[in-house]
Design a protein. Structure first.
Length: 291
C-alpha cells in the first residue's frame, strides 16, 4: 500500500543537494532553504534511526532516491531482495525521482564495492533493458539511468555510450540522469568530444543533472587521468559543460554531489547557489527568446 503521509512533491527544476550523514543534524535542526535533497537509497533500507531521519527530511522537502546497488548490468540478473527493499522504501517515502547507475556490481552472488563499466554492445543493451523494465515494473514508475564515469574502454564495445543510453531510453521508457561531471571525466580520459555526447542524448528523456568535483592524476607516462571522486568543488570546465547542457536541454533538477572529504554544509549551499544562478540565467534567456 502506498503511504499517504506526504504531500505530492515533484522534484523542481532547481539546485538540490545530496544529503550525507555528516549533515543530517544540521538539516533536521535548521531546515535550510534547499529546494530538494537526494539520498543514496541503500543507506535507508532499514527501519532504525536513519530511516526516522529520512522520514523527517521527507516531511519538509521533496526527495529523490539514488540507487547504487541494483547492478543493472549484472549477468546474474537483478537481486530480487534488493529490488523488494528499494520498492518498499519508495512506497514509504514517495520520492519525486528514483535513479540508478549504468553499471554492474554483482557477480556470482557477491557484491563488489564499485560501479563497474559495461561493454557497450547490443547484448549488454538487451540485458540492461530487461533489468530496467523489471525494476520499473516493480516500482510502478519510470526510473532515471545515470551515465557512468569510466577510465578504460572495453575492446568488445561496439556502441558509443550516448547511443547505448539513447537506445535504452527508447526501448524501456526510462529517463536519463545526465551526470555532467561524468561526461567530462570520461570524455577527457578517452578523447571523446563532450559536445557530441550531449548531442547524442535524447532531450526529452533528460530528467536530472548531476554536478560534482573530480580529481586529476598524472600517470607514469605523463598523461592525465580524471577520477570521479566527488571530493572537490565543481571544476570550471564542468560548469561550462553544464551551461551548454542547459542551453541544449533546458532547466532540469540539478544536484550537487560531494561524497569524499565532505565539507561544511555551507560549502554545498554555495555550490548549489552557483548552479541556481545558471538555471535562472537559462530561464531568463528562454523567456527572452519567447517574447
Amino acid at each position: 500500500m502506498t503511504s499517504t503521509a506526504y504531500q505530492t512533491s515533484p522534484i523542481p527544476a532547481a539546485a538540490g543537494i545530496g544529503l550525507r550523514f555528516a549533515h543530517h543534524e544540521i538539516v533536521t535542526a535548521t531546515r535550510p532553504a534547499v529546494p530538494w535533497f537526494e539520498v543514496h537509497a541503500e543507506n535507508y533500507f532499514g527501519h532504525g534511526k536513519l530511516r526516522h531521519i529520512l522520514e523527517a527530511v521527507r516531511r519538509d522537502y521533496p526527495l529523490s532516491l539514488h540507487g547504487v546497488g541494483l547492478s543493472l548490468g549484472s549477468a546474474d540478473g537483478l537481486d530480487r531482495l534488493h529490488l523488494e527493499r528499494l520498492t518498499a522504501l519508495a512506497r514509504a517515502i514517495e520520492p519525486g525521482l528514483i535513479s540508478e547507475h549504468l553499471s554492474w556490481s554483482r557477480a556470482g552472488g557477491q557484491y563488489l564495492a564499485d560501479l563497474l563499466p559495461l561493454p557497450m554492445t547490443e547484448e549488454a543493451l538487451d540485458l540492461v533493458c530487461r533489468h530496467v523494465q523489471q525494476a520499473q515494473d516493480a516500482l510502478g514508475r519510470a526510473i532515471l539511468i545515470e551515465n557512468p564515469s569510466t577510465y578504460l574502454q572495453l575492446e568488445h564495445s561496439t556502441l558509443p555510450e550516448w547511443v547505448f543510453l539513447r537506445e535504452l531510453a527508447a526501448r524501456t521508457g526510462c529517463g536519463i540522469l545526465c551526470d555532467v561531471n561524468n561526461i567530462f571525466v570520461s570524455a577527457s580520459n578517452h578523447g571523446w568530444d563532450p559536445q557530441q555526447y550531449l548531442a547524442g542524448l535524447p532531450g526529452a528523456a533528460i530528467g536530472e543533472f548531476h554536478l560534482a568535483g573530480h580529481a586529476v592524476r598524472t600517470l607514469e607516462d605523463g598523461s592525465l587521468m580524471r577520477i570521479d571522486d566527488h571530493g572537490a568543488h565543481v571544476a570550471p570546465a564542468v560548469w561550462a559543460l553544464y551551461e551548454q547542457a542547459l542551453e541544449r536541454f533546458g532547466p532540469r533538477p540539478t544536484l550537487i554531489e560531494w561524497d569524499t572529504a565532505i565539507p561544511e554544509f555551507d560549502v554545498l549551499l554555495d555550490e548549489a547557489a552557483l548552479a541556481a544562478q545558471r538555471l535562472r540565467a537559462r530561464e531568463r534567456a528562454s523567456h527572452a527568446r519567447a517574447a
